[in-house]
Design a protein around this ligand. Structure first.
Ligand code: MGD
Ligand code: MGD
Ligand code: SF4
Ligand code: MO
Length: 757
């Protein structure tokens, strides 16, 4: 018998925001090799070591292929039973509906994790699920991540999704704070081969400066590394704003007639002299002045801040100040500066004043946190579960999330999860979170689904469009079917109801919206447009609607040269649509129709920042996080190729601190915060500033009841045992994950910790 021939397939890597093009060499259903797709016009062959791991993820014996039902109350000792899909959905209904009937819809909490934004099913079907459940208790990974940026953009530009990105390929000066693209490959800025793009910037004579308490690999490649005390970026940025005004460097350029609030910004920045900011930040006043001048005087320049600026106590202020600096220096909405992408599947704004952005339309029951974008801070999820009273959370549905490792105060969350009467998880693994599930519903392998980056093409440094087909088949429901089924169950239609109903509803809603938003479709009829769709599966039909009605689309025939689904299908390496274009005023949706440089909520919150200006360093160590190229949050540690080698879950600290505390490289340390403590191996390094220690997140595997054999051998410790759920950025509800005060002491090494060297 002859072997099946090998075939080549292109697709987009779904693992991080860089969205690299992959080429898969297959024999039938078997993945032989995964490499970079040289012909992908956006990523041009670049990949990182995680891309090829799609093969191992696909083949992973621990990846669930069928639903599981837990038999037994204690997740650590319970038995797990493999069941059919019908049985699984019936079990969900049996557990969930009595809770809704007895306690109401707010008794069900939803938690949506990060991989949803890399997956069409998650991007399109979470909303219908949330609607069907009808709860206010919605939580997501956004409040341990980028929520501050949504809030600042919402308040300044009227749309929380109008996030400008650094136009890397045309910039001559990039000031980067709290980001480490050499490990992360970039975030809120989709730029495959982010490092290569920065090297090219330097090769054309540009400069980039990295502000980070650690001398990261990114910092090592930069022209300059500016160490900063954690959580003080907003002070630094305010001082730079101060300098722009003081030295007459403000130049709004083309935006001058589109900006409101400039005088208020000037006044607000007055207290932030570089000298005072120097005390708070540890950055010399002369450096602050020089950076402000360089920003203002460079023709094409941009400030870009990420995790390290957002997941801190002043996250929204820092996110805001980044764009204020870009605006004041004439670099907002300008080539080489901070620009708003406009993806092929998106529509330009109307150019008319909008309704603006509001937070706090409702509040959380226990701690009165304002709703932000329809969700509450995940840091308060345990409060909602553990606090008795009307509206107490008694059931939880998680979709592509591992909050047990990823969100603050894990120990308490673990306790809280044990008390829930119903937990349903859509997840391919039985991990730290899903071991608490009563039913686990595994989605198909990512290779069995089609791919189009609805979220990340709207954050990309170039205009690009790419759709990829599934490369393997699968049995059982697709992830959109699973989500649709849960929606049907939650809305009372029962586990046997047909998911086709939900798919039809999604399609109809998208078509209606397309007709409303695209002038070229005005007056057309949803049924007529639906008949024109070529794509077959529900998510592909959604993509088709968005792309055909989008800014480059064929408008369902009205613009024959426009983009269609078949054009996407025939372009497996993607379609380059050129560089970004300026978008003011069309992008603005504030009630004034202007860029609100000084929103009230921000100006009020600045009082906290002023109060912290003269805070003296307390002498306590502060903890920050870090990422590693071969890791991805908590869920890729079951791939041998990614976890082998040197131990990575170590406590990095400066030699001065180690010496003072009597700690040695390779020894172990006890790290204690207000809420928890843990023991980790010490890695003494000069790559971190004195007074700061660092642990990566996403570790702490090997808990009883989990089924991740390789991850358990590289368990590490869970840094979110130390993060404090009561420390939040007040405007966004984002958790504080960087800048946690900790006590570190030597731990007698009876606990074997592998030497990190
Ligand atoms: N201390 C600290 N904590 C942090 C951070 C930090 O810097 N420091 N970073 C934060 C950030 S930025 C983020 S985004 C969060 C992430 O927080 P989460 O999203 O809660 O956690 P992940 O580790 O990404 O877990 C993803 C889960 O999705 C599952 N999964 C993977 N692919 C699929 C799929 O296709 N479908 C489904 N249904 N499930 C899938 C995985 O098995 C895993 O259980 O962590 C945050 N936590
Ligand atoms: N390999 C890998 N890639 C990933 C991920 C992963 O886990 N692993 N996760 C993905 C996700 S979900 C996200 S959100 C992105 C995040 O992508 P990035 O934003 O680039 O995140 P990090 O690599 O964590 O870099 C954050 C940096 O901030 C620094 N920092 C900490 N506190 C402060 C501070 O107060 N001020 C300043 N200026 N710096 C500070 C840290 O030392 C760290 O170097 O990465 C994505 N890509
Ligand atoms: S950089 Fe991100 S998108 Fe590219 S191969 Fe690595 S994980 Fe995949
Ligand atoms: Mo993230």
């Amino acid at each position: 018998m002859s072997e099946a021939p090998t075939t080549l397939h292109q697709r987009t890597c779904p693992l991080c925001e860089a969205t690299c093009g992959l080429e898969l060499e297959m024999r039938g259903e078997e993945v032989l090799h995964v490499r970079g797709d040289e012909q992908d016009s956006f990523s041009r062959g670049f990949i990182c070591p995680k891309g090829p791991a799609l093969k191992q993820l696909h083949e992973d014996a621990d990846r669930l292929r069928a639903p599981l039902v837990r038999r037994g109350e204690d997740p650590s000792t319970a038995e797990w039973q493999t069941v059919t899909w019908d049985e699984a959905f019936a079990e969900v209904e049996r557990r969930l509906m009595p809770i809704i009937e007895q306690y109401g819809r707010d008794a069900v909490a939803l938690y949506f994790g990060n991989p949803n934004v890399h997956n069409l099913a998650g991007t399109i079907y979470l909303r219908p699920l949330a609607k069907a459940v009808g709860t206010r208790n919605i939580f997501s990974a956004s409040t341990v991540d980028q929520m501050p940026k949504h809030v600042s953009c919402g308040l300044m530009f009227g749309n929380p999704d109008a996030i400008p990105v650094p136009d890397l390929d045309r910039s001559d000066f990039v000031l980067m704070l709290g980001a480490n693209p050499w490990e992360s490959n970039g975030s809120l800025c989709t730029a495959p081969d982010f490092p290569g793009r920065l090297k090219t910037l330097r090769a054309r004579g540009g400069r980039f400066v990295v502000v980070d308490p650690r001398r990261t690999r990114t910092a090592e490649h930069a022209d300059e590394h500016v160490p900063i005390r954690p959580a003080t970026d907003a002070h630094l940025l305010m001082a730079m704003i101060h300098v722009l005004f003081e030295e007459g460097l403000v130049n709004l350029g083309r935006l001058s007639s589109h900006v409101a609030g400039i005088e208020r910004v000037r006044e607000s920045a007055l207290p932030f002299t570089p000298e005072r900011a120097a005390t708070a930040t540890g950055v010399p006043a002369a450096t602050i002045r020089r950076l402000a001048r360089e920003l203002a005087q460079s023709e094409r320049a941009v400030v870009y801040g990420r995790i390290g600026t957002h997941t801190v106590e002043f996250g929204t202020l820092a996110a805001w100040a980044v764009d204020v600096l870009n605006a004041l220096s004439g670099h907002l909405d300008a080539p080489g500066g901070a620009m708003w992408p406009l993806a092929a599947h998106a529509r330009p704004g109307s150019g008319k004043p909008g309704r603006g952005f509001k937070i706090g339309r409702w509040r959380s029951r226990v701690k009165n946190f304002p709703e932000v974008r329809g969700e509450f801070p995940v840091a308060t999820l345990a409060d909602e579960i553990e606090t008795p009273g009307e509206g107490q959370v008694r059931a939880l549905i998680t979709v592509a999330g591992n909050p047990l490792l990823s969100t603050p105060h894990s120990e308490r969350l673990d306790r809280a999860f044990r008390s829930l009467a119903c937990v349903v998880s859509i997840d391919p693994y039985r991990n730290e979170t899903t071991r608490h599930a009563h039913v686990i519903l595994p989605p198909p392998s990512s290779l069995a689904r089609s791919q189009y980056e609805l979220v990340f093409l709207q954050l990309a440094v170039r205009r690009f469009a790419k759709w990829s087909a599934p490369v393997v088949s699968h049995e059982g429901p697709s992830e959109e079917d699973i989500l649709a089924k849960l929606a049907l169950i939650a809305s009372g239609q029962g586990a046997r109801a047909d998911t086709g109903f939900v798919h039809q509803l999604v399609q109809h809603t998208l078509l209606q919206r397309a007709i409303e938003n695209s002038p070229a479709l005005a007056g057309r009829d949803a049924t007529e447009l639906a008949a024109k769709l070529e794509a077959v599966t529900p998510v592909d039909r959604s993509v088709e609607i968005l792309v055909r009605a989008g800014v480059d689309g064929d408008q369902f025939g009205a613009v024959p040269t426009g983009l269609t689904f078949s054009k996407l299908r025939e372009s497996p390496h993607g379609i380059d649509l050129g560089p970004l274009h300026p978008r003011v005023p069309e992008v603005l949706e504030t009630p004034s129709g202007k860029i609100e440089l000084a929103p009230d909520l921000i100006i009020q919150d600045l009082e906290r920042l002023v109060a912290a200006l003269d805070r003296q360093p307390s002498g306590t160590l502060v903890l920050v996080g870090r990422r590693h190229l071969r890791s991805n949050n908590s869920w890729m540690h079951n791939v041998h190729a990614l976890v082998r080698g040197r131990e990575r879950c170590t406590l990095q600290m400066h030699a001065d601190d180690a010496e003072r505390l009597g700690l040695r490289h390779g020894g172990s340390a006890r790290i204690a915060s207000r809420v928890g403590e843990l023991i980790a191996a010490v890695e003494v390094t000069d790559r971190i500033m004195p007074g700061v220690v660092s642990l990566p997140h996403g570790w702490g595997h090997g808990l009883p009841g989990t089924s991740l054999a390789i991850a358990a051998e590289h368990a590490g410790v869970n840094t979110n045992q130390l993060t404090d759920p009561d420390c939040l950025d007040p405007l966004s509800g984002n958790a504080v994950l960087n800048g946690i005060p900790v006590r570190v002491t030597a731990h007698p090494s009876d606990v074997r910790v592998r030497d990190p060297s």
